[in-house]
Write a protein that binds this ligand. Structure first.
Ligand code: HEC
Length: 130
C-alpha cells in the first residue's frame, strides 16, 4: 500500500487486490467514499478546488502544501519550474520515476485538476525561487 492509502499490489492471502488501474479508469472521485458528491464530474470552475483536494489525498502524506514544513510542495515545484498547468499535469505521468514517490492515480480530468492546482502554487521564476 502506498503512503496515501492506495493499494499497489494484489495480496491474495488477505483477499486484497491492486486498485491502481481500476481507479485510473473510474477516477478517484468516483471511487472513494468520502469525496463530496459535487466532484463526481469536475467542471472547469472547480478545477482548483478539486486539484487541491487531490493533492491532499495523494501528496500530503509526504509534502506540505505551504512554503514551509515537510518537503514543501511550492519548493518542490520550483525545481521543475512549470510554465503552464498542462506541463504540471504531464509531470504527474512520471512521478514514480522518482524513487520515493508513488505514481499519480486518477483519470485525465483529475490529473488536469491537480496540474491546475500545482501550477497555481508554483512560485514564479522556477528554480530561482528555491
Ligand atoms: C511517499 C512520499 C511521497 C508522496 C506521497 C509524494 N511525494 Fe513528491 N517527493 C517525495 C520525495 C522523498 C521527494 C524528493 C525530496 C527531495 O529531493 O528533497 C519528492 C519530490 C517531489 C518533487 C520535486 C521533484 C524534483 O524535481 O526534485 C515534486 C514536484 C513532487 N515531489 C510532487 C509530488 C506530487 C504532485 C505528489 C502527489 C501526486 C507527490 N509528490 C507525492 C515523496 C513523496
Amino acid at each position: 500500500m502506498y503512503s496515501n492509502g492506495f493499494i499497489a499490489r494484489d495480496l491474495p492471502p488477505k483477499g486484497v487486490s491492486e486498485e491502481r488501474f481500476a481507479l485510473t479508469e473510474k477516477g478517484i472521485f468516483n471511487s472513494l467514499a468520502f469525496i463530496p458528491p459535487q466532484y463526481a464530474e469536475i467542471d472547469s470552475s472547480e478545477e482548483l478546488e478539486a486539484g487541491r483536494l487531490i493533492a491532499l489525498i495523494e501528496c500530503s502524506a509526504c509534502h506540505t502544501m505551504n512554503a514551509t514544513g515537510l518537503r514543501p510542495m511550492p519548493v518542490m515545484l520550483a525545481r521543475q519550474g512549470f510554465a503552464s498547468a498542462e506541463e504540471a499535469a504531464e509531470f504527474l505521468d512520471i512521478l514514480s520515476d522518482f524513487s520515493q514517490m508513488p505514481p499519480f492515480i486518477g483519470n485525465e480530468k483529475e490529473e488536469h485538476a491537480l496540474g491546475t492546482y500545482l501550477y497555481s502554487i508554483t512560485p514564479p521564476g522556477g528554480s530561482d525561487a528555491n
